[in-house]
Ligand binder design. Sequence first.
Ligand code: T3D
Length: 262
Amino acid sequence: MAYEQILFETKESVAWIRLNRPEKLNALTHQLAAEALDAIDVCTKEPEIRCLVVTGEGRGFCAGQDLTEFQRDGLENLSVAEHLRSSYNRLIQALVDLPKPVVAGVNGVAAGAGASLAAACDIRIASETASFVQAFVKIGLVPDSGGTWLLPRIVGFATALELSITGRKVDASEAHRIGLVNGVVPADGFAEEVEARARSLAQLPTRAIGATKRIMAEALGLSLPETLEREAVLQQEMAGSDDFREGVTAFTEKREPRFTGR
Ligand code: T3D
C-alpha cells in the first residue's frame, strides 16, 4: 500500500509510524487509519520488527477525528458508528493485539481519538511539550476509540471520568504524575530518546512481551483461578522458546543474553 498520510519506516528492528498531517496536528481521517492499519499488519507479519513507535510529525501527536471531514460529510447524515467500527476500532484493536511492544512517542497534543490512540500503546513517552485532552465532551460526544476502556485502566476510574466529562487539558508533568505517561523527556532530543528506548525494547524477548500484553489484558476480566491457569498455559509456550533457552543459558554463563525474539 502506498502511504500518503503516514510515514512508515523500519530501522534496526524498530518500525516507526509517523502520523503525517502536521498542518492539522495529525487529525485522523479514514484514510490515515487505513494506512496505519496496513503498517501495523506489516509489523505483525515481519519477524525482524520487534518494536513499533507511533508518533506525530510537526508540533502535534494527533488531534483526534478531523472535524472538517464531519463538516464536509454533513452533520445531519453522519454514520459515526459505522465509521468507528470500520476504522478507528480496528486500529485500536490492532495496536492492543500486536504481539510486540508499542511505544507512543507523544511529541505534542493528543486530543480525542488521538488521546485514545496514545492510550492503546503499551508505553507512552511524552515530550515536555505534550498534552492530553479528552476533547470529545467539548463537541458533545462520548470518548471513543477505546477511551472509556483504556483510560480508566491507566489512570483509574475517578481521574478518567473527571478528565472525560470536563475535557480539561493535562500537561506533560501532570500526565506523568497521574500515570498517563511513563516518562517525560525534554523536547530537545525527544526523537533520539524515544528511539533509544524503542531500540532497547526491541532487544528484549519479543514473544514473552507479546504474551505478557495478552495475558495482562485478559486477566483484567478473569478470576484468579482462571488467570493462574492462563499463566500456566502461556508459560508452557514460553518455555519452548529460543529466548527462554538463551535467557537461562546466559544467566548460568554469567553474560548478557542475546535474545532473537523467537
Ligand atoms: O466517526 C468518528 O470518527 C467519530 C469519532 C470521533 C473521535 C474524536 O476524536 S472527537 C474529537 C475530535 N478532536 C477535537 O475535537 C480536537 C479539536 N482540536 C482542538 O481542540 C485543538 O486544535 C487542540 C487542543 C488539539 C490544539 O489546540 P492548538 O491551539 O494547539 O492548535 P489549533 O490552532 O487549534 O490547531 C492548529 C490547526 O490544526 C488549526 O488549523 P488552522 O486554523 O491553522 O488552519 C486547526 O483547525 C487544526 N486542527 C486541530 N484539530 C483539528 C484540526 N483540524 C481538523 N480536525 C481537528 N480535530
